[in-house]
Design a protein around this ligand. Structure first.
Ligand code: KIV
Ligand code: ZN
Length: 518
């Protein structure tokens, strides 16, 4: 079995998803979970984009011990210098530099002839090599590059001693046959190709990102780049969990394997979804809520007789536990602590266990059946400890079909406990007006989503909001058996994160278009 290196770019390409903006603490939290998952290489960001991006990459670089951390740079000295700065303190640093090679990018974006692209690549690889022993070079838009020119660029990178050559299908344009063929051609035609690792980086514009990554593996790729849940620029990137499970399930066919700890997949997916505020579609392969659900009678009958009739992957493989919690409302702290460990929450302090136990007891009083999903939702509500500038003390909502809704919110604020009543177009609107009146924060609600954690009218509701304030934006999450309370909690959580973000180094210079400029 060949080992395939997993390169995760959730924190860079994934963060380029519209509306996603992770703060430093959130990036570190995700990076530490990626490390647990066994990711080999973590792309933590694009340091030149802003001082905030640089600081976040540095925080990740210092926190991660068992994966190589990389930062992205255009083929410019100042970008490379920013990566040098950002990776100070990293255990195993590497740089990722890129330059577009396709005719369309050369003509319209770079305004460079082929020889100029080769010269720029040479100069910048040499410059990067002065600072890093491990350099990855990406021929951006390799998928639409003339194959002879791509051979020439790859040969140059090999000659200059890079460790990885990445051949991205930047616009998700190719079929698996065509993409695989690029790797085959490089293997056949580039002198010394065995000295470097070849990497695949696919986008999902035609829904082919995973198929293309697998075709690359079949044709000799050593590394797959992608994101958790497939998030990323436009339609997203290859979902790493899909590649990992394809290799695990069809190992004999692909003759390749990843070093991932598959049991961590479900947890990583949930964490990324929560912190990015990007819900995972129910029908998403591997990690969607319906990925292991059998609806039709024929399928249910088959699965009851023999699981493998309709199930090619067991949910336990990716760390999904049985859905019913065996604890009841009379269960003790000891049994609860064991349950936490079973759900993957080891090493919690006494204080954290007590807080979680309190939440569980509260929930057990309000809800008949408490499932593992309910417990996870409660625990992950406060996965990132945001300093609480504001806290929800009490919420009273009334709705009269003639007069409309009104909400009274009691809030803990830096100047003490305050209370305000407001009206609105709907109950959520009234709650948010009442909160706004007390915080002194002028914010815009950019996004609001609600979903139920489990089935039934007593299910936990989970609300995500995104708040904007000038150049800052922050997500918040709230969970409760009452959707209005969940809405209020999510809003207050986002306000706290917004206040925290204002104290971080600015990420305002970030211009997403910069990513593709030379
Ligand atoms: O899609 C792409 O080409 C990229 C490069 C920067 C590797 O993200
Ligand atoms: Zn990309």
């Amino acid at each position: 079995m060949r080992k395939i290196y997993m390169f995760d770019t959730t924190l860079r390409d994934g963060e380029q998803s519209p509306g996603v903006n992770l703060n430093t603490q959130e990036k570190v939290e995700i990076a530490l979970q990626l490390e647990k998952l066994g990711i080999d290489r973590i792309e933590a960001g694009f340091p030149i984009a802003s001082p905030g991006d640089l600081a976040a990459v540095n925080a990740v670089a210092r926190a991660v011990k068992n994966a190589s951390v990389t930062g992205l740079a255009r083929s410019r000295e100042k970008d490379i210098d920013a990566v040098v700065e950002a990776l100070k303190g990293a255990q195993d640093p590497r740089i990722h530099i890129f330059l577009a090679t396709s005719p369309i990018h050369r003509k319209h974006k770079l305004r460079m002839e082929k020889h100029e692209v080769l010269e720029a690549a040479e100069a910048m690889i040499k410059y990067a090599k002065k600072h890093f022993s491990q350099v990855e070079f990406s021929a951006e838009d390799a998928g639409r590059t003339e194959i002879d020119f791509l051979v020439e660029v790859t040969a140059l990178a090999v000659k200059l001693g890079v460790s990885v050559v990445n051949l991205p299908d930047t616009v998700g344009y190719l079929s698996p046959y065509e993409y695989g063929n690029i790797f085959k051609t490089m293997k056949e035609q580039v002198p010394g190709i065995e000295k470097v690792q070849l990497s695949a980086h696919c986008h999902d514009d035609l829904g082919l990102a995973t198929a293309n990554a697998l075709a690359a593996i079949q044709n000799g790729a050593d590394q797959i780049e992608g994101t958790i849940n497939g998030i990323g620029e436009r339609a997203g990137n290859t979902a790493l969990e899909e590649v990992a499970l394809a290799l695990y399930t069809r190992g004999e066919f692909f003759q390749a394997t990843t070093g991932l700890n598959l049991q961590e997949i479900a947890k990583t997916s949930r964490l990324v979804s929560k912190l990015t505020g990007m819900p995972v579609p129910g029908n998403k392969a591997i990690v969607g809520a319906n990925a292991f659900a059998h609806e039709s009678g024929i399928h249910q009958d088959g699965v009851l007789k023999e699981k493998t009739t309709y199930e090619i992957i067991s949910p336990a493989t990716i760390g999904m536990k049985d859905s019913k919690l065996v604890l009841g409302k009379h269960s003790g702290r000891h049994a609860f602590r064991e349950k936490l460990v079973d759900l993957g929450f080891e090493g919690l302090s006494e204080e954290q266990v007590n807080a979680a136990f309190g939440k569980f007891k509260d929930l057990a009083d309000r809800k008949k059946d408490v499932s593992n999903e309910d417990i996870l939702a409660l625990l992950e509500e406060k996965i990132i400890e945001t300093p609480e500038v504001f806290a929800l003390e009490q919420l009273i909502v009334s709705f009269d079909s003639h007069k409309g809704p009104s909400a009274t919110v009691r809030l803990k604020t830096p100047s003490g406990i305050v209370s305000h009543t407001a009206e609105g177009n709907g109950s959520v609107d009234a709650i948010y007006h009442a909160i706004n009146a007390q915080t002194g924060e002028v914010v815009e609600l950019d996004d609001y989503t609600i979903k139920s954690v489990t089935d039934g009218t007593d299910a936990l509701g989970e609300v995500h909001v995104v708040l904007k304030q000038g150049e800052y934006s922050a997500q918040g999450r709230g969970v409760s058996t009452d959707i209005l309370e969940a809405s209020a909690r999510a809003y207050v959580d986002a306000l706290n994160r917004l206040v925290e973000k204002r104290q971080e180094p600015p990420r305002t210079k970030r211009d997403r278009d910069n990513v593709t400029l030379i």
